[in-house]
Design a protein around this ligand. Structure first.
Ligand SMILES: *Cc1c(COP(=O)(O)O)cnc(C)c1O
Length: 231
């Protein structure tokens, strides 16, 4: 179901205000944090309404659904970010259609994306997904293998390695989320090794303030913009 334009634009204002407030609290410039609107399982009409309210960057998790909406919205020239699990047989379409990929955790996927990025497009912006909470059988590279993976990706010609992304395990009740601080520390370590990284993609509807306090530069917000998702 799609949502009416005025509610979407109110939600956008509300989320923008939360980001501004969190930046103030953290003594960071407002423009150091970008809002990525996560539009998975939401209709093209909702994306168009949010675009009309000024939002330019959208995140999608499922390739076929994303390509369908991109085709419908092509005249709007939006910025599309792929944030879902990357499968080898999908890398060509991702390399051809997206400006960013946040969810790469293996060199094989990065090599394919680099080889398949069309020459006519600028380098594909890329974040390495880190399994920061060390959850068994979750996506993301282990913390201790992150430096080697980033160095290998940095050497690939058609990618621009920007930084790190995470989806932490929920904090337990009464315990503060420690994953965001660990991400900040890891990014700092990679920068010290000479990698020119400028991006921490972390924080969602429920925890964007905590992520911004620890240096998030892209927050990925779905529910608080578009409403709850079905299924
Ligand atoms: C769905 C999703 C989000 C948005 O989560 P909300 O809680 O709806 O804001 C952010 N990042 C990723 C990778 C997602 O899959």
């Amino acid at each position: 179901m799609s949502m009416d334009t005025s509610s979407l634009s109110q939600h956008l204002q509300g989320v923008q205000q939360r980001i501004s407030q969190a930046c103030k609290q953290a003594d960071r410039p407002r423009q150091s944090v970008q809002l990525l609107a996560v539009s998975k399982r939401k209709p093209a009409a909702d994306i168009a309404a949010l675009a009309a309210a000024g939002q330019r960057s959208f995140g999608e998790n499922y390739l076929h659904e994303a390509l369908d909406k991109m085709a419908q919205l092509a005249p709007l020239a939006l910025d599309w970010h792929f944030i879902g699990p990357v499968q080898s047989n999908k890398t060509r379409a991702i390399a051809e259609h997206f400006a960013w990929v946040h969810s790469v955790d293996r060199i094989k996927l990065a090599s394919r994306l680099s080889a398949q990025r069309p020459d006519a497009l600028p380098a594909l912006n890329l974040c390495v997904q880190v399994n920061i909470s060390a959850e068994p059988s979750k996506s993301g590279v282990a913390v201790e293998h992150t430096l080697a993976l980033c160095q290998a990706i940095h050497a690939l010609p058609r990618l621009r390695l920007r930084g790190l992304m995470c989806i932490p395990a929920p904090a337990s009740p009464g315990q503060p989320q420690s994953a965001f601080a660990a991400m900040r520390k890891l990014l700092g370590k990679l920068q010290q090794q000479g990698l020119p990284l400028d991006t921490l993609s972390m924080g969602m509807s429920g925890d964007l303030e905590a992520a911004i306090a620890e240096g998030a530069t892209i927050v990925r917000v779905g529910t608080d913009l578009f409403g709850a998702r079905n299924g």
